[in-house]
Write a protein that binds this ligand. Structure first.
Ligand code: AMP
Length: 190
């Protein structure tokens, strides 16, 4: 089963992905983590990514889709296992590319779990994470930009996946355990 965990920055996608991996043994693809690894290693991709991430902007679609495509080609076994996509897709173009790529492996996106969290809570969580992890883009200026980008470029995916019948909204303002229980219900009904 391939799941997209969807939500604004700070909505708890990474936390819930960790729980899903522990429970269902899925493979985790977090594009944000992947890019941060490239930045830490100083690769060419890392340098390009850093210039967008530090401004709170999205990496251009063509580049992001190429990165995913390479990952699929290098590790087809991950797709066979089932994947949690965390932070991808973030645009309609990426969503369409994802369906095409999965089709090559005779599979699809089975469910999209959307974590709904109030904006003041998102900001509170990201500022807290910035303090604890030192994550460079968790500062108030970049957070504000990321939220604007989310509303403009990423939020339209809600309607896109709702029209496909695969979107499952979940109240993400609750505790980690309560949210995870709701996500498990989506799994049970699939
Ligand atoms: P995240 O860890 O998912 O919050 O991602 C951190 C940053 O990485 C985002 O603010 C974007 O700049 C970049 N990024 C991550 N995933 C994508 C994606 N699918 N498309 C474009 N940019 C991305």
């Amino acid at each position: 089963m391939n799941i997209v965990i969807f939500g604004a920055p700070g909505s708890g996608k990474g936390t819930q992905s960790d729980r899903l991996i522990a429970e269902y043994g899925l493979h985790h693809i977090s594009t944000g983590e992947l890019l941060r690894k490239h930045i830490a290693e100083g690769t060419h991709l890392g340098k390009v990514a850093d210039s967008f991430i530090s401004q709170g902007q999205l990496i251009p679609d063509e580049l992001m889709i190429d990165v995913l495509h390479d990952l699929f080609r290098q590790h087809p076994e991950h797709i066979a296992k089932g994947v949690i996509f965390d932070g991808f897709p973030r645009t309609i173009a990426q969503a369409e590319a994802l369906s095409e790529m999965l089709k090559e492996y005779n599979t699809e996106v089975h469910a999209v779990v959307g974590l709904d969290v109030d904006e003041d809570e998102l900001i509170r969580r990201m500022l807290q994470r910035g303090k604890e992890s030192g994550r460079a883009d968790d500062n108030i200026d970049t957070i504000t930009k990321r939220l604007q980008v989310y509303h403009k470029q990423t939020a339209p995916l809600r309607d896109y996946y709702t029209n496909k019948g695969s979107f499952h909204p979940i109240d993400g303002n609750r505790t980690v355990d309560e949210i995870f229980d709701s996500i498990k219900l989506v799994f049970c009904n699939k």
